[in-house]
Design a protein around this ligand. Structure first.
Ligand code: ADP
Length: 166
C-alpha cells in the first residue's frame, strides 16, 4: 500500500486505472477529460454513453481502450459554489473511485486533480480534501494492496502535493 505523487500527463501512465474528472453526462469535454478521450480512442465515447450519466460525487468504470491504463474511472466533481456540500461531494469522488477500483480488483490507481480546473475548486482546499480522503481510505482498507498516485499536471499543483505528502 502506498501513496505517491507524480507530475505529468495522466494519459501516459501504465497503471490499472486512471481517474477522470468527468461531467455528469459522461460525454467528454475539455481538460483532462478531453485528453483521456483523445488518448483512449473512439471506443471510449460509446462506452461512456452506455453508462447513462453519473451523479456528482459518484464514480463509474470503463475499459481504457487505447490508453496504457487498463481502465478509466469517471467521477464527477462538484462545480465549486462555496456551498457546504462542495467538500463532501469532492471527498465522495475520491472515496467512491477507490471503492470502484477495489470492487474491480485493481491495485494501482492514478487520480487527476478533480474539480480544480474548469469546475473552479480552489486548489489548496481541493488538494487537502483529496489527500485526507485517500489517506483515510488507505487506513480503513489496510488489508487491500493498493498503490495510489496523485497526478499533478502543473507545477503549482505538484508543489502543493509535495507539501501534503510531507
Ligand atoms: P474539472 O472540470 O473537474 O475541474 P479539469 O479537467 O478542468 O476538470 O481539471 C482537472 C485537473 O486536471 C486540473 O488540475 C488540470 O490541470 C488537470 N489536467 C488537465 N489535463 C491533464 C492531463 N492530461 N493529465 C493530468 N491532469 C490534467
Amino acid at each position: 500500500m502506498s501513496l505517491e505523487i507524480w507530475q505529468g500527463d495522466i494519459t501516459s501512465l501504465k497503471v490499472d486505472v486512471i481517474v477522470n474528472a468527468a461531467n455528469k453526462e459522461l460525454r467528454g469535454g475539455g481538460g483532462v477529460d478531453g485528453a483521456i478521450h483523445r488518448a483512449a480512442g473512439p471506443k471510449l465515447d460509446p462506452a461512456c454513453r452506455a453508462l447513462g450519466g453519473c451523479e456528482t460525487g459518484e464514480a463509474k468504470i470503463t475499459p481504457g481502450f487505447d490508453l496504457p491504463a487498463k481502465y478509466v474511472i469517471h467521477t464527477v466533481g462538484p462545480i465549486y459554489s462555496g456551498s457546504h456540500s462542495d467538500p463532501l461531494l469532492l471527498a465522495a469522488c475520491y472515496r467512491n473511485s477507490l471503492r470502484v477500483a477495489q470492487e474491480n480488483g485493481l491495485h494501482s490507481v492514478a487520480f487527476s486533480a478533480i474539480s480544480t480546473g474548469v469546475y473552479g475548486y480552489p486548489l489548496g482546499a481541493a488538494s487537502k480534501i483529496a489527500f485526507t480522503e485517500v489517506r483515510k481510505w488507505l487506513r480503513d482498507h489496510k488489508d487491500y494492496d493498493l498503490r495510489v498516485i496523485m497526478v499533478a499536471y502543473d507545477a503549482r499543483t505538484y508543489a502543493l502535493y509535495q507539501k501534503l505528502l510531507g
